[in-house]
Design a protein around this ligand. Structure first.
Ligand code: HOZ
Length: 426
């Protein structure tokens, strides 16, 4: 069934470390060998061996309207015939920047980069430069890309591979990063009592998405806003996953908490390599060439990525999010019902378009510690059975699943039927 993928993986192992360009893809979290994909259309993916899957990975988020979304394909093809890169200003940058600024509450000015990692790395430098402080507060199990300061007790691939910290990150730098339990309001108050005037910024996924999907508890984001304001620190929302995924204005619009700085990625390039960060004009104007804080990139504002991103984001409106929300509820309620039917402990978390489920008897999963108690071995078995029957979930118990505007109840019913079958086997 996966003969050609298996052959390709053997070749890849000779050429690319671990055969992959990003660790989670290697299937280490679920065992077996990765599937190599050839194409995608709407909610479906097709692999090298001609297998078809209903997909819930969505390239880890950006396929908000499904694969090969015609407006994105058209915009990128048209731009490819004009130029693939300028390394100089172009009008597409303005159009996308305008769309971001008019949609996301905290943005007055925005700078484009090439990935979410680049966005978070740059925003941390900006926050440190502005406040003249070094300490950063993050939350255990949140993932903000692989920049040195943020690769401390991180989620996503480091969690999948069980590597809480990475060699190569200078100890002196890692010590500047304080990692607290997600959703723990008291821990936030304590850290500010102790280090308040040393903290440059708090960075948080306003809905955690890299240890599964974990919504913030009531008052958590509000407390971050209060403490940072009181202590002259900056609040950064990493909306690489939630930006344009849960609402046009992201999680900050949904929870009505406005951070000082925001990072975006994935979705805002329509699936092309892109990232962005922004905030008030006052803060953002501290960047070179206006201010002293340096950040740059030859491919930043790349016209292909700008064209793809603009075409995707321009297709979104409130009806789109209502539909996405409905579809996600349809799917997650179906999953809950099946777990009950089979008497299997499953905790399902979801927020508009993103969801995750943990094999556990706990009634809630709201932080990394609770995620750790869940049964990832069972997830691995589940994953492979679903894959065998044509449903592609993330090859890791710690990543979110995503529903797109191209999914319909038809694909979701198909998914639930397979889910029903697979739960019998667990
Ligand atoms: N860490 C990414 C998802 N949260 C996975 C990236 C990838 O393998 O493409």
């Amino acid at each position: 069934m996966h003969k050609r993928s298996a052959e390709a993986y053997q070749r890849a192992l000779q050429l690319i470390p671990g055969g992959v360009n990003s660790p989670v893809r290697a299937f280490k979290g679920v065992g077996g060998t990765p599937v190599f994909f050839e194409s995608g259309e709407g909610p479906f993916l097709f692999d090298l061996d001609g297998n078809k899957y209903v997909d819930y990975v969505a390239s880890w988020g950006p396929m908000l309207q499904g694969y090969s979304f015609p407006p994105v394909v058209q915009a990128v093809s048209t731009q490819a015939q004009r130029a693939t890169s300028f390394g100089a200003p172009c009008m597409l940058e303005l159009e996308l920047a305008n769309l971001l600024v008019s949609s996301v509450p905290s943005l007055e000015k925005v700078r484009m980069v090439n990935s979410g990692t680049e966005a978070t790395m740059s925003v941390i430098r900006l926050a440190r430069g502005i406040t003249n402080r070094d300490r950063i507060v993050k939350f255990t199990g949140c993932f903000h890309g692989h920049a040195d300061s943020l690769l401390v007790q991180a989620g996503s691939g480091v969690l999948t591979l069980g590597l809480p910290d990475s060699p190569g990150v200078p100890t002196a730098l890692a010590q500047q990063t304080l990692s607290l339990p997600y959703n723990d309001i008291e821990a936030v108050q304590d850290v500010f009592t102790q280090f308040g005037n040393e903290i440059a910024a708090v960075i948080v996924e306003p809905i955690a998405g890299n240890m599964g999907c974990i919504p913030p508890v009531a008052g958590f984001l509000e407390e971050l806003r209060t403490q940072t304001t009181q202590h002259g620190s900056l609040l950064i929302f990493d909306e690489v996953m939630t930006g344009f995924r849960v609402a046009l204005g992201g999680a900050q619009e949904m929870f009505k908490v406005t951070p000082d700085l925001t990072t975006l990625g994935k979705v805002v390039g329509g699936g092309l390599p892109v990232g962005a960060f922004g905030g008030s004009a006052e803060l953002m104007d501290q960047l070179a060439p206006l201010g002293p804080i340096y950040q740059s990139g030859t491919l930043s504002g790349n016209p292909l990525a700008m064209a793809g991103g603009f075409a995707l984001l321009n297709s979104l409106d409130t009806d789109f999010y209502d539909k996405l929300d409905e579809l996600t509820d349809y799917c997650t309620n179906g999953i809950r019902d099946l777990a009950k039917k089979h008497n299997i402990g499953l905790c399902v978390n979801s927020v508009c378009g993103m969801f995750s489920f943990n094999f556990t008897s706990q009634s809630r999963v709201s932080n990394y510690h609770e995620v750790e108690q869940c049964d990832s071995t069972r997830y691995a078995k589940f994953f492979h059975e679903m894959l065998r029957q044509g449903i592609y979930f993330a090859p890791s118990a710690y990543e979110c699943a995503f529903v797109s505007g191209s999914h319909t109840t038809l694909e979701i019913d198909q998914t639930l039927a397979v889910f029903d079958d697979v739960l019998k086997l667990l």
